[in-house]
Write a protein of this length. Structure first.
Length: 126
C-alpha cells in the first residue's frame, strides 16, 4: 500500500514579521516546520511542503505547480497562513487553487507546527 501523500501549505518564514512574537524568528520557525515534516515522514507519510511568498499571484503559481505534479490525499494548511490578516489574499488563492485542481481533497488545519501530525491523522481518519 502506498503512503498517504500530504501537502503542507504555509507562509514562508522569510516573509513573516516576527515583531508580535518576541524571541521567535525565521530560523526557529523553519526548524519547527522541518521537525513537523520529519514526524510525518517517520510515521510513513509522503510529505510535500509548499511555503508561500506574501504575493497572492506568486503564491497561486506555487500551489498550482505543486498540485499539477500529482494527487494528494490531504492538504494541511498552516496556522500562520490562516490566522494572519496580512495573508488573507494568499490564503484565499491557495485554497481556491487546491480546490480547483484537486476536487474533493480533505483539508486539515494545525494550531502550530507541533500539532501538524494530529491534524493530518484526524483528517485521514474521516
Amino acid at each position: 500500500m502506498a503512503s498517504a501523500r500530504v501537502l503542507q501549505i504555509g507562509i514562508d518564514p522569510a516573509v513573516v514579521d516576527f515583531a508580535p512574537w518576541p524571541g521567535q524568528d525565521a530560523d526557529g520557525l523553519r526548524t519547527r516546520l522541518d521537525d513537523a515534516g520529519a514526524v510525518l515522514r517517520n510515521a510513513g507519510f509522503d510529505v510535500t511542503v509548499c511555503l508561500l511568498p506574501d504575493d497572492p499571484a506568486a503564491a497561486e503559481t506555487a500551489v498550482r505547480d505543486i498540485c499539477t505534479d500529482g494527487t494528494f490525499d490531504v492538504v494541511e494548511i498552516g496556522s500562520g497562513l490562516r490566522t494572519s490578516h496580512e495573508y488573507t489574499l494568499v490564503f484565499e488563492r491557495a485554497i481556491n487553487t487546491v480546490a480547483a485542481l484537486q476536487p474533493g481533497i480533505p483539508f486539515c488545519f494545525n494550531d502550530s507546527p507541533e500539532t501538524t501530525f494530529d491534524a493530518v491523522r484526524r483528517s485521514l481518519a474521516r
